[in-house]
Design a protein around this ligand. Sequence first.
Ligand code: AMP
Length: 191
Amino acid sequence: MLNIAIFGAPGVGKGTQSAFIEKKYNLIHISTGDILREEISKGTELGMLAKSFMDKGQLIPDDVIINILEKIVDKNLKSEGILYDGFPRTVKQAEALDVMFEKKGIKLDSFLCLTADHDTLVARLLNRAKDSGRSDDADVNVIENRIKVYNESTLPVADYYKKQNKCVEINGIGKIEDIFAKICTEIDKVK
Ligand code: AMP
């Protein structure tokens, strides 16, 4: 079973690349952001809780997100593999993932870190807001807070995986197909 994480700041292209990766490698795509947005649209208790954080560009508490993730991983242990998009987003989540994987006898095969500069991220998110209908993409203040939270709480996750020699940095600026080709090269190395 192949376990790949796609990582990077909001707007770096994780969702776009995930759609291609999922198809080519027949992976289950777990986007924690998508799961939370679905809960919000269904009006569940979890959705209401998530909304209160997402509207401000803050992260949902670690224990809540780790719980959700473990349930989905359990359901898909017989799949060819899982693509983790938007998780882990804190070192605590990365540590919990390691513990969870060890328990299940699996491991993270590669941690793909997409990069882009601040102004590109902001421009892409504002552009995405026109189609996505995501309120957290339409408000510059929320975008800036998401990038700040990324730099402070999420970026240390890349160091966590660098220490395990699993972190691969890929430039997220360029043609979508060129970026995808670089991603495939990395996945093929661990597959
Ligand atoms: P995304 O769709 O990945 O940009 O996520 C949108 C929002 O969902 C984030 O700004 C967070 O509020 C929340 N979220 C998604 N994934 C996580 C996670 N792994 N940990 C905490 N919050 C998350």
